[in-house]
Design a binder for this molecule. Structure first.
Ligand code: ATP
Ligand code: MG
Length: 277
């Protein structure tokens, strides 16, 4: 089967000349239709940069990004806006990502207006989306400030889904939520994927989160992918020392096991520097 998204040798440089900073050093990965690919790695490793490059929001200096067999990395203007039919995004911050001055109805209708559908059909579609994310249709008259963090993330997910995209870049979409809310929102992501066949690039620093939702997991370290594999394998018995360090850095409930992890994690610090660079 052809990949939905095919990224190869992607290079992203921020800035120019002497102050230029290379955030991605030739990253290659693919995502199949309906697949969830997790992207993990420490802060500053380039996870959001990869997501932004796919969305046309980061400066691509080299390599290719193909969506459904078509090159999209240099695309801008009207063609880029048209790509929003297929590629959408959900960000981490459920407070900052919704316009506080707009009702939920307006927030959800807005992405549909450019597609030229009638007001009636748009309203029907918006109600259907609210239902999908388990919010009452009365939410349409209300403002973002009237909702909890988890509910706002449901609204952001509904907005991402409303045009029927084939890929959603999810950048730490549950990191700002408490653990119970995280679990219900992750289940919602899984259910929506089953129902709609949408693919996700699911960025998270939390291995437990990606294990729950992702089919495969890619590990990023300093702008390079160091390991890609099945979710269970990468999150439980990683091959690369850096992935192992990430595994050991994620906390466990049992204090004895946690102490053991910390010792192993500290021991692996040296290995990381010796092996990777
Ligand atoms: N607009 C920008 N201009 C210059 N440097 C940037 C810009 N955006 C990101 N960077 C740098 O690129 C590197 C990768 O950043 P990125 O945001 O992709 O990391 P990340 O893996 O998403 O981290 P986090 O887990 O903290 O969100 C970092 O060193 C960051 O400082
Ligand atoms: Mg980030």
């Amino acid at each position: 089967m052809t990949a939905l998204l095919d990224v190869s040798d992607l290079v992203v440089d921020y800035g120019r000349g002497r102050t230029a900073f290379r955030a991605l050093h030739g990253v290659s990965l693919d995502i199949a239709p309906g697949e969830c690919l997790g992207l993990v790695g420490e802060s500053g490793s380039g996870k959001s940069t990869l997501g932004k490059a796919i969305l046309g929001l980061a400066p691509v200096t080299g390599g290719r990004i193909q969506f459904d067999g078509r090159e999209i990395s240099g695309v801008s203007g009207r063609a880029r806006r048209a790509l929003a039919d297929d590629i959408q995004v959900v960000f981490q911050d459920p407070y900052g990502s919704l316009n506080p001055a707009m009702t939920i109805g307006d927030i959800l209708v807005e992405p549909l207006l450019t597609s030229g559908i009638s007001a009636g059909a748009a309203a029907t579609r918006v109600r259907e989306m609210l239902d999908r994310v388990r919010l009452p249709s009365t939410a349409m008259e209300r403002y973002p400030s009237e909702f909890s963090g988890g509910q706002r993330q449901r609204i952001a997910i509904a907005r991402a889904l409303v045009r029927g995209p084939r890929l959603i870049v999810c950048d730490e979409p549950v990191s700002a939520l408490d653990l119970t809310t995280q679990a219900t929102i992750l289940d919602l992501f899984i259910e929506l994927q089953r129902e709609t066949g949408v693919a996700y690039l699911f960025v998270s620093h939390d291995l437990g989160v990606v294990r729950r939702v992702c089919h495969r997991v890619a590990v990023m370290y300093r702008g390079e992918l160091v390991e890609v594999g099945e979710g269970e394998q990468v999150t439980r018995s990683p091959q690369h020392p850096y992935s192992e360090r990430l595994r050991l850095a994620s906390p466990v409930a049992d204090p004895v096991a946690q102490r053991e992890r910390r010792t192993q994690w500290l021991a692996l610090r040296e290995v990381r520097d010796a092996v990777v660079r």
